[in-house]
Design a protein around this ligand. Structure first.
Ligand code: SF4
Length: 209
């Protein structure tokens, strides 16, 4: 983790982290941009989030938009119609059930439409600075298995296995490190093993070149 941390310094950050920095860790913006980021390129997520929050910066303001308005603002993120419905429903629930504030517990977060463990963990880590969670998306799942840190079939299994195998001080950093690592070095296809500084400690599980 130390080597990866040094190597990713200066590299492009994941979209949600950029939004977090720009928006001063505003929990609602982090939650919504994480919803928008699924199956969508970082630059598209960033642009869509920026347009949406410029028009409607609060849960109440987003809840007042029509689905069509939200669709237009977030297009062309992947599945933008479905996501527009989730964004509006999430904003409404935050207003009506949580007094306009994003809740701070996993149990409450996963009751919000469109929010699963991945999004909830990222909100808890990035917005509320929790050091008790690991956010496992498809990149973290893929790379953890490739490195040989875990042997799991799903991101949910990976999350639980990582709690057991990684020291807690690294938990909040794991997503940022491995997503950036996966975009730049340990790419899904043809990872750059020849120039990888952790090749001697990597299991290279499933890598055949
Ligand atoms: S050695 Fe290859 S598979 Fe292992 S972390 Fe580096 S790039 Fe990824």
């Amino acid at each position: 983790m130390r080597v990866i941390g040094r190597r990713i310094e200066g590299l492009e950050m994941p979209a949600v982290e950029k939004i977090s920095e720009r928006q001063q860790r505003e929990p609602f913006h982090i939650l919504i941009s994480t919803l928008l980021s699924a199956r969508t390129q970082d630059a598209t997520t960033l642009a869509a989030s920026t347009r949406l929050f410029a028009k409607a910066p609060t849960p109440a303001a987003v809840a007042r938009l029509t689905p069509r308005q939200i669709e237009k603002l977030i297009y062309p993120v992947g599945f933008y119609r479905h996501k527009a419905a989730f964004v509006r429903a999430a904003a409404k629930m935050i207003v009506t059930k949580f007094g306009g504030n994003v809740p701070r517990t996993m149990a409450e977060l996963v009751t919000i439409p469109g929010v699963g463990r991945k999004t909830a963990n990222l909100v808890l880590i990035v917005a509320f600075q929790s050091d008790e969670h690991i956010c496992v998306d498809i990149h973290v799942h893929r790379i953890s298995n490739r490195l040989g840190w875990v042997q799991t079939r799903t991101p949910e299994e990976t999350e639980q296995a990582l709690y057991r195998s990684i020291e807690q001080r690294w938990w909040p950093l794991l997503n940022h490190y491995l997503v950036t690592w996966g975009q730049n070095v340990c790419r899904p296809v043809r990872p750059r093993c020849n120039e990888c500084p952790i090749v001697t400690s990597c299991g290279r599980v499933g890598v055949s070149w």
